[in-house]
Design a protein around this ligand. Structure first.
Ligand code: NAD
Length: 379
């Protein structure tokens, strides 16, 4: 136990969605343990959550600022803070942790607004500490395989990208029922100005740049609010232009009735293409212009070194969401261990960090601007 990295969590109390995923993923590789937290807005609920996780009652705090202050004074202080709260708290929690010399693993989007992420970028640079961002899908082995194929030029120059992220859970005004996840996501003060485009559009955008290695240079986006009374967008279509002359489409919706977590990426080069779907994550389809189509399976020895490096189980034993999340934690933990040993910051480029955070927030801001002006906007 003594050698594990010590994690302090903000958010993730009873009934939270992603907090428990962070805890499971962080602990999967035996490098991290949860020792502290401010798990809820309510002191009582934070204490109750801490008791449930078996942490020292003195380290279940009423407020994140109290946690950072108290932990800073301990010899066995937390090594990093994980942020699993609604978006409006991402910047203040990260800033407080970094100012106290504590590293940060944050959920996406990096902040609530583009202005905020620029402040965060400065804070990360000033602190000189590791900062990771949990764009979950970057942790799947077959996403790494797709990325390797693009980087090696196997598909030829990239010509076209089609990404879609379709969910149906906000097809009705769920926020009006008080449902927790829907309530803060449809409140601009807690979520930020981009609804669906911020919540899941950023994941799709990140996946495009992560897999192709190409940056989006301009976009033309149409954002709509389909459900009457909703305060933020819930349905988005965008045209993209990328470096090197490629173009693409990005479709994100949370009113696609019947869809669960339908994230699908297709990338077309001159010689062939790839297709990956989050709901079938252990298969990557590779289609060639002049050869028969392939299906590559997770966990099999023919995969690239990058894919095998994040493979835990032999082929045929499905890996999923928690394992992908845990890949990001393992990369973050290894970097933090190296940093603690005085080796400086060497976050691998496979782990999304502050640069991805800034790109994601810029994407939201640009999409809103494009929608407002009904025109193409430069990135
Ligand atoms: P949620 O509403 O389920 O959980 C938020 C938690 O934050 C709750 O436990 C709440 O009590 C707590 N909280 C709120 N204010 C707090 C405060 N002041 N101090 C301490 N805790 C506080 O929300 P969620 O769906 O889990 O989303 C949380 C974050 O994770 C969001 O930023 C969201 O965008 C992100 N997210 C990422 C992924 C992913 O794939 N990586 C998936 C879902 C959500």
């Amino acid at each position: 136990m003594g050698n594990k990295l010590r994690m302090g969590m903000v958010g993730g109390g009873a009934g939270a969605f992603i907090g428990p995923v962070h805890r499971m993923a962080a602990e999967l590789d035996g490098k991290i343990e949860l020792v502290a937290g401010a798990f809820s807005q309510s002191a009582e609920r934070s204490r109750a959550a801490g008791a449930g996780f078996g942490i020292d009652p003195a380290r279940a705090y009423a407020h994140y600022a109290e946690m950072i202050e108290a932990e800073s004074r301990r010899e066995d202080r937390i090594d990093f803070v994980v942020i699993a709260t609604p978006n409006h708290l991402h910047l203040p929690v990260a800033e407080a942790a970094l100012a106290a010399g504590i590293a940060v693993m944050s959920d996406k989007p990096a902040t609530a607004t583009y202005d905020e992420v620029l402040k965060l970028e400065t804070a990360v640079a000033r602190a000189g500490l590791p900062y990771g961002l949990t764009h979950t899908y970057a942790g799947y082995s077959l996403v790494r395989e797709a990325r390797s194929l693009c980087a090696a030029g196997a598909l030829g120059p990239i010509r076209k990208v089609a990404v879609e992220y379709l969910q149906g859970w906000l097809s009705r005004p769920l926020e009006a029922t008080g449902q927790k996840q829907a309530a803060w996501r449809s409140d601009p003060a807690l979520n930020g100005p981009g609804g669906c485009i911020g919540d899941i559009g950023t994941h799709a955008f990140h996946l495009v740049e992560y897999v192709t290695g190409l940056r989006v240079t301009s976009l033309n986006a149409a954002l709509r609010t389909v459900v009457p009374g909703r305060r933020l967008d819930d349905d988005c279509n965008a045209l993209l232009r990328l470096e090197g002359g490629a173009s693409g489409t990005l479709m994100a919706s949370q009113v696609a009735a019947g869809e669960g977590n339908g994230l699908r990426l297709r990338v077309y080069g001159e010689k062939g293409s790839i297709e990956w779907q989050q709901e079938d994550p252990n298969r990557l389809r590779v289609k060639w212009l002049d050869e028969p189509e392939q299906t590559r399976h997770a966990g099999v020895g023919y995969l690239s070194a990058d894919a095998l490096a994040v493979t835990r189980l032999p082929g045929g034993h499905p890996e999923g969401y928690i394992e992908a999340f845990a890949v990001l934690y393992r990369e973050f933990a290894d970097s933090l261990i190296a940093w603690k040993a005085g080796k400086g910051i060497a976050l691998p480029d496979t782990l999304p960090g502050i640069r991805a955070g800034v790109r994601g927030m810029r994407f939201i801001e640009r999409a809103i601007e494009s929608n407002k002006t009904e025109s193409w906007v430069e990135f």
